[in-house]
Design a protein around this ligand. Sequence first.
Ligand SMILES: Cc1cc2nc3c(=O)[nH]c(=O)nc-3n(C[C@H](O)[C@H](O)[C@H](O)COP(=O)(O)OP(=O)(O)OC[C@H]3O[C@@H](n4cnc5c(N)ncnc54)[C@H](O)[C@@H]3O)c2cc1C
Ligand SMILES: NC(=O)c1ccc[n+]([C@@H]2O[C@H](COP(=O)([O-])OP(=O)(O)OC[C@H]3O[C@@H](n4cnc5c(N)ncnc54)[C@H](O)[C@@H]3O)[C@@H](O)[C@H]2O)c1
Length: 463
Amino acid sequence: MTMQRETIDVLTIGAGGGAYPAAFRLAKAGLSVVMTDPKGMMSGNCLYEGCVPSKAIRETGEILEGQRRFANLGLPGQVQVDYPRMVAHKDAIQARRYAQHAQELATCPNLRLISGSARFIDPHTVAVATGEGERHFHCRHIIVASGADVFVPPIPGAEHCLTSHDLYKPDPILKILPERMVVIGGGYIGLETASFFAAFGTRVVLLQKGPQILSGMDPSMVAMLLPLLNANIEMILNADVERIEAMGSGRRVHYRQGGVTQQVEGDVALMAVGRHPAIPAGTAEIGIEIGKRGIVVGPSLQTRFPHIYAAGDVNGQVPLFHAAVRQSLVAAHNILGGNRALDYADFHNVPTTIFTLPGAAYIGLTATQAAAQGIEVITGAYDFSEDSRAQILEAMGGGIRLFFAPGSLRLLGGWIVGIDAGQLIGEIGLAVANGLTAYDLAAFADQHPMSAEGIGKAARSIF
Ligand SMILES: Cc1cc2nc3c(=O)[nH]c(=O)nc-3n(C[C@H](O)[C@H](O)[C@H](O)COP(=O)(O)OP(=O)(O)OC[C@H]3O[C@@H](n4cnc5c(N)ncnc54)[C@H](O)[C@@H]3O)c2cc1C
Ligand SMILES: NC(=O)c1ccc[n+]([C@@H]2O[C@H](COP(=O)([O-])OP(=O)(O)OC[C@H]3O[C@@H](n4cnc5c(N)ncnc54)[C@H](O)[C@@H]3O)[C@@H](O)[C@H]2O)c1
């Protein structure tokens, strides 16, 4: 094994959404930039086993649920579900996007991607373990963007469970549609996955530890969403999973509820109780602070060392892809500013979507959070039962809620349950981020007959 040493301007640990937007911007500005990632490919876990592959499966379910609504409305018949082909479609999208990213990388002269795992030697030196030996880089600036990994709790038999990695990675473990699935955890991954498989015909039992599915999210939004989900999902609340047992090719999950131990069986069990930050070796040793959520940073994304930044899931602030991208760019801007804070990430106003079938989305302050903080809000409401597009799609469940500050009528936050939720939150998010008011939203001519019309109507409902 040989050891090489090189001096560069910027090194990113990871090559996902927290890393590559900064890497491209800084390389275009003339800095020498190296991204490192053991995957040897750009895009991180979002493309490898997260957003894109899970939504490739989701959208097939959306088309299927749509056809079912139209079975008596001009599209008769029963569509066959071919899960292996859906997986092949998902794999093809991943392959296509990897090829596209490789081309993008090839067009950027000051930027290299090195396949290997990085560790800190000292605050300016990073070692990368590559197939050809360990390479040392002396770096003027470092962006830690090592993301997050599946968290598997120390429950006996947890190794018998699949995780989102096994469902969504290229050439995944799960290629055949299970008849019965037990999902442990009713968060984003658990509920989304339950809703896709329920649409495909799998009978799903979902075990949630506490009293609320999507714990921590607005209870009135969750209450509106749950009755709209496919009836193939049975939800069991306050379930403490005690152990998972392998029985032949199936799984039996033992859980305790109200002092009584019970069991539920499935062909597969999915563990979906959260993710934890992937902290590179040497991080704590060189003195970077690590908190409960991940690497500790403020809105400038700087760690205790002004030239070392932590962007994306590794800081645990907002573990979503688009938040990682924005944070990555904030880090780039502050590097270009000579490690002075010139740009700041907003950890509070980030659009968030639960991509169930149908979905729900929110941003900013909700009425429930406002009440808990003693803040008064005025609520604008619009239900999709009145909406022309929802009626056309035969999907009238759900609605839009907007929360305005009394007096200024500034938009503080909002949520949507139902059609186009993940799209509509973009317009509401832009309005929150730019300090728009109910007057602005009410005056804007949103397009007819599209669901965004409901935003203006929700705003006008308070006048
Ligand atoms: C099933 C699933 C579905 C999701 N769906 C959505 C969604 O619909 N919308 C959304 O916004 N978000 C979604 N997410 C979350 C999203 O994937 C993450 O927020 C996003 O990937 C974070 O980007 P990142 O760059 O911070 O980290 P990651 O994407 O995790 O990338 C980090 C990279 O760092 C590399 N790395 C780790 N350690 C080292 C090291 N020591 N040296 C070098 N490289 C290292 C890893 O190999 C990885 O490629 C989903 C996640 C999952 C698991
Ligand atoms: N649509 C999206 O943007 C999207 C989709 C998927 C994943 N993600 C990201 O991935 C992260 C991880 O998702 P996740 O769903 O694994 O985590 P999560 O934190 O969203 O949800 C975990 C759920 O499991 C429950 N839980 C914890 N321990 C349990 C136990 N022992 N038994 C039963 N339930 C238990 C929690 O109460 C919680 O409801 C999310 O935080 C999110 O950042 C985002």
